[in-house]
Design a protein around this ligand. Sequence first.
Ligand SMILES: [Zn+2]
Length: 82
Amino acid sequence: MDVNEFTKQSGTVNMETNRTEMFKEFDATELYCPRCKRAVPVRKRLLLILQEGDKYEYLCTFCSESVGTKMDRHEKPISIII
Ligand SMILES: [Zn+2]
């Protein structure tokens, strides 16, 4: 493999990967914050773990105001072993 070509390519890939991970952390979401009066990047926080799924809360990254919630439902089938 051409070393120079490899370095050039891996540099680009790393940059893309970092950007993707950043979006993953913020759940790729911008929500309207009533306190900041604009769309803001949000932080996802686990609020409740329920039988049917996990409930997350979205917090404004600037003022930590709660700007929304989301339910991540578990798709696991219920099986009872006797
Ligand atoms: Zn805010």
